[in-house]
Design a protein around this ligand. Sequence first.
Ligand SMILES: Cc1cc2nc3c(=O)[nH]c(=O)nc-3n(C[C@H](O)[C@H](O)[C@H](O)COP(=O)(O)OP(=O)(O)OC[C@H]3O[C@@H](n4cnc5c(N)ncnc54)[C@H](O)[C@@H]3O)c2cc1C
Length: 403
Amino acid sequence: MHFDLLISGAGPAGLCLARALSGIGLSIGIVEQQPENAIAEPAFDGREIALSQGSAATLRRLGLWERIEGYDAAALSPLRDAQVLNGPSKFSMVIGHGLGARSELGWLASNHLIRRAAWEAVQHSMAQHGDITLMAGDGVARVGADAQAAQVTLASGATHRARLLVAADSRFSPTRRAMGIGASLHDFGRTMLVSQVEHELPHEHMAWEWFGHGQTMALLPMNDDPVSGAHRASVVLTLPQQRIEPLLALDAEAFGAELARRFDHRLGAMRSTSTRHAYPLVGVYPHRLVAERFACIGDAAVGMHPVTAHGFNFGLLSVTTLARELRAAHAAGHDIGAPQPLARYQRHHRLATRPLYEATRLVATLYTNDTAPARRLRDVVLRVADRVTPFKRAIAAQLAGGR
Ligand SMILES: Cc1cc2nc3c(=O)[nH]c(=O)nc-3n(C[C@H](O)[C@H](O)[C@H](O)COP(=O)(O)OP(=O)(O)OC[C@H]3O[C@@H](n4cnc5c(N)ncnc54)[C@H](O)[C@@H]3O)c2cc1C
């Protein structure tokens, strides 16, 4: 088949791009290696995604927000404040919502609900405009491009052509690699374990990032259980892989007790309420985001370390930036796969993401260094940063997504 736009990967970024460009007269194909039922009913994967206000606005515009609210009235939790702690000290640097103009810094939503809502929004576009074709259960195997079109061969042997091919197929994007684009990889040598808990004391909708000694913990505040009233949160534990494995093997009761101990009982007793999921930590920054008749978005464009909670926020930013360029080119009667709109997309997205990508890498490296001088430096940096209001305001503005 011949498409205007062919997207590799029906993760949240790929689906949001299809949704953002539906209804303007482009034919859009999506190739996804997983079967359709995995896209329609994505399984819980432990990830609670912190969304900036800018991302919340994008999700509203794309029609995902009200779908997520419709699944469960408690599904979108406000993130009012955030605190950063270091070692056993009780001192914390607090980023309060008062630094911005809203009563919350951002929001939290489960990744599987975002994915489900994205697929439903795409289905709505399909019914309304008939301009999106999903090819599920068949991955991109080979790609090529020339001045006229990108050519794609799927694992099944089917071949397609497109004016523009977009990779939205994860941070290790096979399509990006096949297009000959390399990437800088940073393996942090750590794994993240994510899981949901109920806990005894209220979290007051404060997110925690706690750089302990020998471990890093995060707590993402979820809404209380609407039926039982129990306080709920998503916890994230970062450790070397060999120390994650025994935690995966604990029974639920022992795991809850272990988390409460690691959180120094600051939120009282903890009870594990979900499956546990482990993610190895590798940051990826591609050398280029575009090539002839090709662009990458989502994690394929920037694979962030989750500590600054910006992977999907940047993913949505890539969607809005590329969609704006493609809409403008199409409206002016130009070729959407021409080099100029792609070059503008690359310039904007790299400018918007590179500084935080590098800063995140530095923070994650410094705050997992447990040597005595590094521990002292970690403490000094945190206490100084706490006094620099413009710095904290800048973090609050970053969470607000500049909107
Ligand atoms: C523990 C954890 C916590 C996180 N917390 C946050 C947070 O708080 N805030 C935030 O903004 N972000 C967060 N993120 C990041 C966020 O989850 C990702 O940025 C986002 O899910 C990436 O979406 P994507 O669509 O780009 O890629 P993916 O979700 O990886 O989807 C890629 C899709 O491509 C498909 N695919 C792969 N290869 C092929 C192929 N050859 N052909 C066809 N299809 C293919 C895959 O099957 C998949 O469906 C977190 C990540 C982790 C791991």
